[in-house]
Design a protein around this ligand. Sequence first.
Ligand code: AN0
Ligand code: CP
Length: 348
Amino acid sequence: MKSFLNVQDLGDLDKALNEAALIREVRYMYDTLGKNKTLLMVFFNNNLRTRLSTQKAAMNLGMNVIVLDVNAGAWKLETERGVIMDGDKSEHLLEAIPVMGSYCDIIGIRSFAGLTDREYDYAETVYHQFEQYSGKPVFAMETATVHPLQAFADLITIKEAMMDDYFPISLKKPKVVLTWAPHPRALPQAVPNSFAQWMLEADRQGINMGIGQDKSGETYGIDFVITHPEGYELDPKFTQGARIEYDQRKAFEGADFIYAKNWSCPGVTHPEDYGKILHDYHTMMHWTVDAEHMSWTNNAHFMHCLPVRRGMIVTDDVIEAPTSLVIPEAANREISATVILKRILESL
Ligand code: AN0
Ligand code: CP
């Protein structure tokens, strides 16, 4: 694997999930694979889980790790071509990228959407510049439109929860609901885009989320539903084939997993609204996932990628409930990153 942005880059999801399960059990199985190989992580934005889990994953594989926090002491970087650089930016990304590439073997990139220029964000301009000019394999640690390490960790977490809930045999196809929830600041669409893309691909590939073998095949895959207020439609590039239910209560009925996330307007129907919060969040608090919302479900697990704002996205009791999966999800970021780095190392 030379690039990791979309679920298709990983290929067979059953194989990837089995690899993840193996690494979870025998974490240091490949601890010499990355000997004398260096991972460079480049952060243009804040993070917590991503830095720690990806660094840990690289260490599991015996790699060396260097980190660049672009906003903490590096030269301010220009990203657009054709500009006269007479402002505060001292260096162009087009020189900085090959320089960074010269010190490492693999590059991870965190570069959020600017949320002003839809075309620039959705073209994944910064990621593709790294791909083109670094000469090294690159992977997304949340870029403008995707967060595949998170979505892979979420898929692993759902499968593990299914196996715990229904052990020794699962004949159930899980109903997974992605719900929009209120937030005071405009957030990117990367997490919901990837989550939708991965859930739909898992369904398309008909992967067995439990461990049961139902010959009918009815239990394979995922029953995936998205619910959000009108105007927050995600880009069909990621959601093609998904069921959209504007009535949050109807969407929640019978759900096994509730995946909450805020996102700003993706600008699909109204490009001029791209990156905006469409309604004052005070008027949207009925979308916050609370105990009443969870009572509509099939005793669902609560999920969120974190960081999460309590009282906005979810109430304390729901996130603290034994059915909440937010901590295992974060822990599985180490597993998803180990699988991805292993695949990239194998292709060097
Ligand atoms: C980011 C986002 O919504 O994309 C990162 C999530 C992993 N969240 C915030 O900026 C709060
Ligand atoms: N979920 C996630 O990517 O978290 P951080 O932004 O804290 O890395």
